[in-house]
Design a protein around this ligand. Structure first.
Ligand code: RP5
Ligand code: MG
Ligand code: MG
Length: 282
């Protein structure tokens, strides 16, 4: 799963860290490699006193973390089975990343996120589905954001908060990142949120759950997500929503779904699954 062969700089707190490049065939822990990872935990994470941010068991022997279990405050189980604990911290099940520590992530082990993929058909002025000239398949559109941290196009997902259920995260993140309408009157706002709640709780299809090839992953902390597709094929509800960026999204917009658009982390993989599901252009 992990393709940790990229070099990048830390973006969130302006600390530039250079990630050593790991050749593809050396990513797996089972391959021998003269490995010299960089230790990095962002200042904001290291000094956080929030209940939800882990303390480092390597630095404080009194810190006990219930690895591989759900203590209700935080679900530390991985979709990839039981992960190993080495030197008092989890080992990334997908292999070497070039960095030890937590980087920008709050938890050691899996950091769970949720990704809502809201889709509709692209239609012409007469309401007919638009067919792609090369693949001869109808084109889907999805609610896309431009991320503030990396400037990349992405699905409007986010971290599962403490004690939150994935269905709640999907709604909250979609609302925060794409429905930023401070001037909307109470009645319209109420109707909009009621529609989202109804569809998100009853009308989704799970597309993916597992590891995300996220730029923040380290050898000890990594992102996992649950991605759901909410599709409005007949322009009845979600397809009619105007979107406007907020929170960690610079902007939000409906965007044609296809392999032409580069996306953040593993988001293109999730969208390809959605295209296959609806027999749409990719
Ligand atoms: C990705 O990071 C997930 O797929 C999700 O879209 C996102 C969650 O992180 P934030 O958007 O909260 O930074 O790995
Ligand atoms: Mg968010
Ligand atoms: Mg987000």
């Amino acid at each position: 799963c992990a393709n940790a062969k990229f070099t990048r700089t830390g973006t969130k707190d302006q600390v530039a860290i250079i990630r050593p490049v790991i050749p593809d065939e050396k990513v797996r822990w089972s391959s021998s490699f003269d490995y010299q990872p960089v230790e990095f935990t962002a200042e904001k994470v290291r000094t956080s006193t929030k209940e939800y941010v882990d303390r480092d068991p390597r630095q404080d022997s009194s810190v006990e973390i219930p690895w591989n279990s759900d203590d209700r405050l935080c679900d530390r189980r991985s979709y990839h089975g039981t992960y190993k604990i080495i030197g008092r911290v989890p080992q990334n099940p997908c292999g070497r990343t070039g960095i030890t520590g937590r980087g920008h992530l709050g938890h050691f082990g899996p950091n769970h996120a949720a990704d809502p993929i809201v889709t509709r058909w692209k239609r012409d002025a007469n309401g007919e589905k638009v067919i792609h000239t090369e693949t001869r398949k109808p084109i889907l559109q999805f609610v896309c954001i431009k991320r503030k941290d990396t400037n990349e196009y992405a699905i409007p997902g986010g971290m599962v908060d403490k004690k939150e259920k994935v269905t709640e995260t999907l709604q909250r993140e979609f609302q925060e990142e794409t429905l930023n309408f401070p001037d909307l009157d109470e009645r319209n706002k109420h109707d909009l949120l009621a529609t989202i709640k109804d569809i998100f709780e009853n009308g989704g299809i799970r597309i993916y759950c597992g590891y995300v090839d996220d730029p923040r992953n380290t050898d000890n902390s990594w992102m996992e997500t649950t991605a759901y597709n909410f599709h409005d094929g007949n322009n009845e509800h979600l397809a009619l929503i105007n979107v406007h960026g907020g929170s960690d999204a610079l902007s939000a917009f409906w965007h044609d779904l296809g392999s032409e658009t580069p996306l953040f982390a593993s988001h293109a993989d999730f969208l390809q699954r959605v295209a296959n599901l609806h027999q749409a252009h990719w």
